[in-house]
Each structure stands twice: as structure tokens, then as C-alpha cells.
Design a protein around this ligand. Sequence first.
Ligand SMILES: Nc1ncnc2c1ncn2[C@@H]1O[C@H](COP(=O)(O)OP(=O)(O)O)[C@@H](O)[C@H]1O
Ligand SMILES: [Mg+2]
Length: 272
Amino acid sequence: MPQIQLTGIQKRFTVYERPEGKWPLLRGAFIRHARQVQALDSVSFSVEEGEMVGYIGPNGAGKSTTVKIMSGILTPDAGKCVIMGRVPWRQRVDHVSRIGVVFGQRSQLWWDVPVNDSFDLLRDIYDIRPASYAVRRDELCAALDLGGLLKTPARQLSLGQRMRCELAAALLHSPRILFLDEPTIGLDSVSKLALRAFLKEENQKSGVTVLLTTHDMDDIQALCRRVMVIGRGRLLYDGGLAVMLECYAAREGQDIDEIIAEMYRDMELGEE
Ligand SMILES: Nc1ncnc2c1ncn2[C@@H]1O[C@H](COP(=O)(O)OP(=O)(O)O)[C@@H](O)[C@H]1O
Ligand SMILES: [Mg+2]
């Protein structure tokens, strides 16, 4: 049984658009145009314990929606999702005690309190035994070089520093799976390299499964042998990175959007 199994996951959102023309705000109070967005259209995949999988696709493809479903934040409209024998949105409390999640664009640290206090709060939330907490915290602080940051409130950290703290926060309770949604977004290259080195080592040492969404092909090349490509809610490719690059990326340094455009052309789906 795979550690993560999604079968035919569907998720649709209703978005309300402002009417066009004169006085859109005022008219918007009376007229609302509802539009359905199929964020996920029958997404199926499975991931084995210890894998590091890259989940890539253009903006709006459905990556974050998938991560939110797998973390129990969102409920799909249809389909099955079983992770370590549990359904994330039904057994949410048990589920979150065994996964770690980092959203690159949102913080899980308390903004105004020193990082160390945020860690202590997470210890209480996850009910981590004090002895194992101390060991784990020190281990993560050493690996992510957080020593000098622990007394600083999150809001005073640089993005790179904050991301290192976010990773530690997500791993304090030693989860078996780590979901990372665009963890390197906006980071300078030194921070990116540090993050990648840490993730690689953590995966090798603890065997934690890592599912990573990114816009950065270098993240994928540094970390993942397997990639899943999503476009407009559908899984377009699931397989080896090397094979994908052989088929779709003729040029050095081709970015993810170009690879996906080429996949669309190949499937004759046309451009957006
Ligand atoms: N809460 C929401 N309400 C309405 N539409 C949403 C919501 N979340 C996501 N969407 C839409 O669903 C699609 C997929 O979004 P998302 O999963 O965030 O994509 P990605 O992370 O790949 O950029 C997009 O069209 C987005 O606008
Ligand atoms: Mg996203």
C-alpha cells in the first residue's frame, strides 16, 4: 500500500466576478457573475514512503489545492485520498500529527514572538514529549543554522532566515511526510542552496517523504528523481525527471512553463 494515494480527486471552486463597464463596484453589489473553476480534474497518483517528488505546473494549475487536500485543509468534491491509512479531512487531528506542511507564502510562526517561543507553542500543540522535543529542536537548529535566530521575532527575519525557521517548525514533531508548497519562492540563491542541502540530508537521514511544489527547475533537479506535472487541474506527466527532460527540454536552462507549453503542444491541447 503506498503511503499517499489519490484517486480521481475533483475540486471545483465558484468564483464571483465583478461585472465590467461603468461603476463595476456599485453594480457588483447587485449583480454577481458566478463562474466555476475546475481546480482539480480527476487527479490520481501515489507516492511511496521516502520518495522525494516534485510537483510542478504553471500558476493556477492546482498544485496548492492538491497540497491543501492532502493536508486536510480542503475537502474534495469527489475522489479518494488516503494517506498513511487515513483520510486527511476526516481524521484531521491524527493526520496532522504525522505530516508537516510549509506554505512558502504563509507563515506558521507567530509573527511577534521570538522563534523559540513559536517552537515551544508547537511542542504543546503537537504534544511532543519534552525530552524528545529538546533533542529534535537542537538537531534542527544545528542542521538549519538557527542558533542566532531563536530569540528574534519572526517578523524581523529575512525571508531566507524565516524559511529555515519554517522548515524546522514543520519538522519538530518528526512527521513522516513533508509537504512543501513553493518553499523557495523569492529566496536568494544562497538560501535556496541551503534549503535544498538540508532537505536532501533530512530525506536521507530520517526517510521523510517529501512532496515539493516549485516554479524552480533547479529545485527539482537538485532534489527529485520523480516529477508530476499538473496543468489546468489535470496530471500531464508522472515519471522520471530524466525521461521528462529528454522528451521535453531540448535546451539547457528551459523553465517549467516552457516545458509545460511543449507538453500541451504535444497533446494538441493548445495554449492557454
Ligand atoms: N479558495 C478558492 N476560491 C476560488 N478559486 C480558487 C480557490 N483556491 C484556488 N482557486 C482556483 O483554483 C485554481 C487552482 O489554484 P491553485 O491550486 O492555487 O493553483 P497553483 O497552486 O498551481 O497556482 C486556480 O484557478 C485558482 O484561481
Ligand atoms: Mg500555489
